[in-house]
Write a protein that binds this ligand. Structure first.
Ligand SMILES: NC(=O)c1ccc[n+]([C@@H]2O[C@H](COP(=O)([O-])OP(=O)(O)OC[C@H]3O[C@@H](n4cnc5c(N)ncnc54)[C@H](O)[C@@H]3O)[C@@H](O)[C@H]2O)c1
Length: 315
């Protein structure tokens, strides 16, 4: 297949492209090297694929339709896997307009291009944050999305709604994937696991927001990638899938696993909870199991060991 991956210079995208190329797909990656984190990391991510004959990189900004149109005109894509976004909950509170422009306007531009070029399948990288603040777990695809608590979550809900509209109006096959906190080698440096690992390793004080009881469903990146690949093989109707590990772990326990992985103790400073953070995430993955044969293979204990090993080898 000829596949467009947006945001492919980033963490999840760079893992995905590696696997797509292994499966003999042709991949065009669009990314604008957003400076949210060190651009050199993204350039290194791309170097992993740059030698591959079926890989093309195009520096383009999804906020600018005029930069996307030539990409769609030049390549007859079978599918688009849309991962480009401003990611992260807390920074979205400081920059809601910037998040809206990339995550909503940018998504709309891609959908317009998808429609003009009669794309068969559009896969949208959504987020567990769309479920917002709720006490009842696990979160299911059928739950109503009425309680987002960050601009980031609201932009992902808006992106999902637009995908639904373009499916209904133009028949584009749509798969919406709600990723539950993804981690693994090359994880974004500001994300909790990577940040805590760096701080513990460097002997810095680590800031823990809340009392450490908040829980997250962490998903190893290779499991997420397997879920995305399974969608490509799937049907072109409209489907939403949770991709998670379906187990939640308290933040304080997570820090303990990182301490074990590094063989060092954390110096912890506790601060009050941050706005935008939800108390718990946990995915019901029975739909993904049934239709995608999705099975997460890497439990958190093993994933953190692997992450720490990668960190120690690359820091
Ligand atoms: N990592 C997670 O835990 C997680 C969880 C849920 C959802 N997601 C979603 O998965 C996707 C990938 O996340 P990630 O962790 O790999 O993030 P990332 O920041 O590493 O990757 C996103 C990429 O998008 C690019 N980008 C940003 N703005 C752009 C623009 N205007 N035009 C073109 N490219 C642009 C960035 O340069 C970056 O390379 C995002 O849509 C994110 O919202 C991630």
């Amino acid at each position: 297949m000829r596949i467009l991956v947006t945001g492919g210079a980033g963490f999840i995208g760079s893992h995905l492209i590696g696997e797509l190329l292994k499966e003999n797909h042709s991949v065009v990656c669009v990314d604008n090297f957003d400076p949210f984190y060190d651009v050199e990391i993204k350039k290194e991510n791309l170097k992993l694929h740059s030698h591959h004959p079926h890989f093309t990189f195009i520096e383009a900004d999804i906020r600018k339709r005029e930069e996307l149109s030539p990409v769609f005109r030049a390549h007859d894509f079978d599918a688009c896997i849309h991962l480009a976004a401003k990611a992260g909950v807390r920074p979205s509170i400081q920059d809601p307009v910037g998040y809206y422009e990339v995550n909503v306007d940018g998504t709309l531009h891609l959908l317009e291009e998808a429609c003009s070029h009669q794309l068969n399948h559009f896969i949208f990288g959504s987020s567990s944050s769309v479920y917002g603040e709720r006490n009842q777990t696990p979160f299911s695809e059928e739950d109503a999305l009425l309680s987002p608590i960050s601009p980031y979550a609201a932009t992902k809900i808006a992106g999902e709604s637009l995908c639904h509209v373009y499916h209904k109006l133009y028949g584009i096959g749509m798969t919406l994937l709600r990723f539950f906190t993804v981690y693994g080698p090359r994880q974004r440096p500001e994300m909790a696991i990577h940040k805590f690992t760096r701080e513990i390793f460097e002997g810095q004080e680590l800031t823990l927001y809340g009392d450490g009881s908040s829980q997250r469903d962490y998903t190893y990146v290779t499991d997420i990638v397997q879920g995305i690949l399974a969608c490509l093989r799937g049907r072109g109707s409209f489907e939403i899938f949770n991709l998670g590990d379906s187990k939640s772990i308290a933040l304080i326990k997570l820090i303990g696993l990182i301490e074990e992985g590094l063989g060092r103790k954390a110096k912890i400073k506790k601060m009050k909870n941050q706005p935008g953070d939800v108390p718990i995430t946990c995915a019901n993955i029975s739909k993904a199991r049934k239709f995608l044969d999705y099975k997460p293979h890497v439990p958190i204990e093993e994933g953190i060991q692997r992450f720490c090993k990668w960190f120690l080898e690359n820091h």
